[in-house]
Design a protein around this ligand. Structure first.
Ligand code: LER
Ligand code: MN
Length: 270
């Protein structure tokens, strides 16, 4: 069974971006529960930013889970990436992600590496070596925590590392990186993939999480991506993870959440 999820942005410094709910953890979990989402995906400043006992209480009160935790604040707030030229910064990036993984693991939620992957420098081979080394270390931690780590191919305007599922999968395979799966973000895929459904089918065994957004990064149904065939591909491959709305709060958070759950029910609850 495919499960629904909606994002909550909790980084005070970040005031706009592709997240549905904003800044108020308790009220956002309540709203997600009222709409019958299965889980929420959290974007926090750090692993320490949220009081875990409070979070546990909010989740228990609403029978709600956490689908994943984002690590992007490590880059946006602290300037850390796994491919920085400076080994000290790379080490801090690994530490930041490891802490987020431990935070998420308390809720059986995987951490996502999106913007923390960074960019290849002038010597691409060196950057890929650094990336592989970090992912091996973090993948081993993921295995010991019992929650996989999720690597997200991003579109070309956000990274020059891997823009398509197939390229990221080939890298993980060639480097024999264990404990790491892939995220299929429909917004990035709409820019980079030849055919979203075909890519999902081809890379089926790698997909651990889905970011559910339309072509323009608005909620599904507010853009022009043809979702029918994409949803069918996810069902056909037996995907049983989360489809999580990482989309702009357009026209506002409440309407975006309502549109998302309506689209989710339409495509996945037939
Ligand atoms: C994160 O999930 C993502 O999709 C990126 O575009 C954020 O930089
Ligand atoms: Mn994403």
């Amino acid at each position: 069974m495919i499960k629904s999820s909606v994002t909550i942005a909790l980084v005070p410094e970040i005031k706009q971006g592709p997240w549905i709910f904003w800044h108020d953890l308790k009220a956002s979990i309540q709203k997600a529960a009222d709409l019958k989402f299965d889980a929420v995906e959290l974007f926090t400043s750090s692993a320490q930013a949220v009081d875990t006992s409070e979070l546990k209480a909010y989740l228990a009160a609403q029978s709600m889970g956490i689908s994943a935790v984002g690590t992007g604040a490590g880059k946006v707030i602290h300037g850390l990436t796994l491919t920085d030229a400076d080994p000290e910064i790379r080490q801090k990036a690994v530490q930041f992600i490891a802490d987020m993984m431990r935070f998420g693991a308390q809720f059986e939620a995987p951490a996502i590496i999106g913007s923390m992957q960074g960019n290849a420098g002038l010597d691409r081979a060196v950057s890929l070596r650094d990336l592989a080394d970090s992912l091996k270390e973090l993948g081993a931690l993921a295995i010991s925590l019992g929650v996989e780590l999720i690597y997200e191919p991003l579109n070309r305007y956000e990274t020059n590392l891997f823009n398509r599922l197939e390229d990221a999968a080939a890298f993980l395979e060639a480097e024999e990186i264990a404990g790491v799966g892939l995220l299929a973000d429909f917004f990035h895929m709409n820019i980079e993939e030849e055919d979203l459904a075909a890519s999902i089918r081809k890379n089926a065994r790698w997909i651990r999480h889905v970011h559910f957004a339309d072509s323009n990064r608005r909620p599904i149904g507010f853009g022009h991506t043809e979702i029918n065939s994409v949803a069918k591909a996810l069902q056909d491959i037996g995907y049983s993870g989360y489809v999580s709305a990482e989309a702009f709060p357009w026209p506002d958070s409440d309407a975006a959440a309502a549109q998302t759950i309506q689209a989710f029910n339409h495509y996945f609850k037939k």
